[in-house]
Structures are given as C-alpha cells and as structure tokens.
Design a protein around this ligand. Structure first.
Ligand code: DC
Length: 218
C-alpha cells in the first residue's frame, strides 16, 4: 500500500504550498483535493447552472468527466478535455466552491476519486477532510492553521497578481468559507484526534516546511 501524508486546514493556511514542497522533497506525488471541488464548480458555472441548487448539481455531478494525469510531481486533471488551470482560482469560484462542497453527491464522487489516487504512488495530499474521512489511515497527519487575518494577508498577496481585490474582501470571503467548511453536515473541517496541529501564524514558509519535514520519515 502506498504511503499517504495528509494535511488539512482552513482556507489559505498555506497547505498547498507546503504540501507541494514536501512532496517534491520526498519524491511523492502532490494532490490538491480542493481543485476537484473547484473543477466541479468551474464546470457548473461554465454551463450556467445554479450552484445554489443541490438538486441541479446532483443531476450533473456524475457526468463531470475527470481525466487525471501526473505532471511536475503533481496529480492534475482535464475536464471534458480542458485543463482549467488558473480559472479554478478566481474569486467567483472561491465564493461558490464551499457551497458545492457541502453536497453529499459531490463529496462522494470526490472522495472516491481521491482514494483511487493512492494507486498512482505515495502521496502528499491536502484538503479539509483528508485526515478525517479520505485517508484516516494516513501515515502522517497534520492540521495547518493560522489566524484569519494572516491567512487573508497571504491570500491577498497571491491573488493581487491576477485580480484587483481588497484585503478586507479576501478576509470576508475566507471567514465565510471557514464558516461553511466547519459547519457542514458531511465531513466538516475539524482536527483529527491523531493529527498534529501546526500554527503557522508567525512562521514563514521555510520554517513550516523544515518543521514538518523534520517530523516525517520517508
Ligand atoms: O483548498 P481550497 O481552497 O482549494 O478548497 C476549496 C473548497 O473545497 C473549500 O472551501 C472546501 C472544499 N474542500 C473540501 O470540502 N474538502 C477538501 N478535502 C478540499 C476542499
């Protein structure tokens, strides 16, 4: 059975950058699980669907055709032959993806696809329910956290390269997503009993990576 290093945490806690770097260091594949929820949201919005309607999304979720491949040490995908790339990262998707991620039909599909990725190799995978629901048997489990203000600051720096958005608006959006992600009925974001919490508020990226790399043996 291939090894899994699982990292959960709230929006913009640095999970994906940290996970990508750890994967590169360990020679494992990096998986960004949120990208799959974003991919379903992207396809629904492209087809002008009402993402606030669970029955509408239930009706189409099975037809979202993910085609997975590995590139630069990461698991990537096309949907209907198209690689959505940075289109997954717009504020429009940010505001809708947490809603779609509350729907059980969507979660069942994504969880099953993510579990299948273990066949591809050893994984470093990040998300909201990886340590609790997708891979509760992961070899290592971490919960990355940071204050909402610090997360908004980091996400704003990242988004400002692509979109004109105020830092307060980013904080507002992150706070709303935290609320939806932690209160949804199905597999809400929470700290797994056996996960190690890493509060990165006053750490820089290199410190976080060094710390976690020092906690794992690969
Ligand atoms: O990590 P991210 O910002 O790309 O995640 C986008 C949304 O997807 C997040 O608000 C909640 C959902 N998500 C989830 O419910 N479970 C995961 N394992 C990953 C993401």
């Amino acid at each position: 059975m291939n090894a899994v290093i699982a990292i959960d945490g709230p929006s913009a806690s640095g999970k994906s950058t940290v996970a990508r770097r750890l994967a590169a260091g360990a020679g494992y594949l990096f998986v960004d699980s949120g990208a799959l929820y974003r991919g379903i949201t992207w396809k629904a919005l492209k087809n002008d669907m009402d993402v606030n309607s669970e029955s509408v999304i239930d009706g189409v979720v099975d037809s979202v055709d993910f085609d997975f491949f590995t590139k630069d040490g990461a698991v990537c995908f096309r949907i209907d032959g198209v690689e959505p790339g940075l289109e997954l990262r717009t504020e429009k998707i940010n505001t809708k993806v947490s809603i779609i991620a509350t729907y059980p039909s969507v979660r069942e599909k994504v969880v099953s696809l993510l579990r299948g990725m273990r066949e591809l190799g050893n994984l470093v995978i990040e998300g909201r329910d990886i340590t609790t629901a997708v891979f509760p048997d992961a070899r290592y489990k971490f919960y990355l956290d940071a204050s909402p203000e610090e997360r908004a600051r980091r996400r704003h720096v990242e988004m400002a390269e692509r979109e004109d958005i105020a830092e307060e608006a980013v904080l507002d959006s992150i706070t709303k997503r935290d609320e939806i992600d932690t209160t949804r009925e199905r597999d809400p974001l929470r700290v797994a009993e056996d996960a190690e919490i890493v509060d990165t508020t006053s750490m820089d990226l290199e410190e976080v990576i060094d710390y976690i790399a020092g906690r794992i043996e690969v």
